[in-house]
Design a protein around this ligand. Structure first.
Ligand SMILES: N[C@@H](CCC(=O)N[C@@H](CS)C(=O)NCC(=O)O)C(=O)O
Length: 221
């Protein structure tokens, strides 16, 4: 068995951990999980044992440390999925990597206003910057789906790292009751029905810790 350990934060809140975990789950490889609860003394005492970044996710594989979600996805794709977490077609891969990188580097307003909170059912008044981020996400998804609709239900047809990168955004749209455009509804459903996402969600719903900073908005009626 591989010596493979993924360090994550709370499943309910840690969107970057979810992305890395989905990559491993879709590579169908056995791995250990270590959970450090965010925003607790335990997190700050122990994270240094795993990474000088001070953040999760962190992947350790046979003495190699990979400490960022996108890098973890690429590493998992190379080491455990024979490249199968990206499409074979190079134009599709280029589109996927561009969109995954944009997710990783952008959407600050969306990420701040709508923190991932899987178990919640909330409403938030959207400011202009957040609405603009949401519109941009919809544009990316529509472009990817239009180019791959005949291949399968995910952004590039098959499930790829791009869907792992956007899974927390799909979850946020559900939490904060943000309707998807009609032509993207099936995509949202496919991401939430993915077996790995269902497992993560079920485990997130068992958690009881509260991270105040990630409790945005008002409860929905
Ligand atoms: N760019 C990093 C971001 C990682 C990140 O911000 N992780 C958050 C949890 S989702 C974290 O570790 N926060 C703890 C802290 O900043 O104290 C990645 O893609 O992995």
């Amino acid at each position: 068995m591989e010596d493979l350990t993924l360090v994550i934060g709370n499943r309910n809140y840690s969107s970057w951990s979810l992305r890395a975990w989905l990559a491993l789950a879709h590579a169908d490889v056995e791995f250990e999980t270590v959970l450090l609860p965010l925003d607790t003394p335990q997190f700050f005492e122990r994270i240094g044992e795993y990474s000088s970044s001070g953040r999760v996710p962190v992947l350790w594989h046979d003495g190699v440390c990979i400490w960022d979600s996108l890098a973890i996805g690429e590493y998992v794709n190379e080491q455990f999925a024979s490249g199968g977490l990206w499409p074979e077609d190079s134009a599709s891969r280029a589109m996927g990597r561009s969109m995954a990188s944009e997710m990783h580097s952008s959407f600050i307003a969306l990420r701040n206003a709508l923190p991932m909170n899987i178990r919640a059912s909330r409403v938030v008044r959207l400011d202009e910057a957040t609405q603009s981020d949401i519109n941009r996400v919809f544009t990316l998804w529509a472009d990817a789906r239009a180019a791959h609709a005949d291949v399968g239900p995910f952004l590039l047809g098959q499930y790829t790292l791009l869907d792992a990168m956007f899974a927390p955004v799909v979850s946020r749209f559900k939490t904060y009751d943000i309707a998807l455009p009609d032509d993207l509804e099936d995509y949202g459903k496919a991401v939430l029905a993915d077996t790995a996402m269902v497992q993560w969600t079920a485990e997130a719903l068992q958690e009881t810790d509260i991270v105040d900073a990630d409790e945005a908005g008002e409860p929905r009626e």
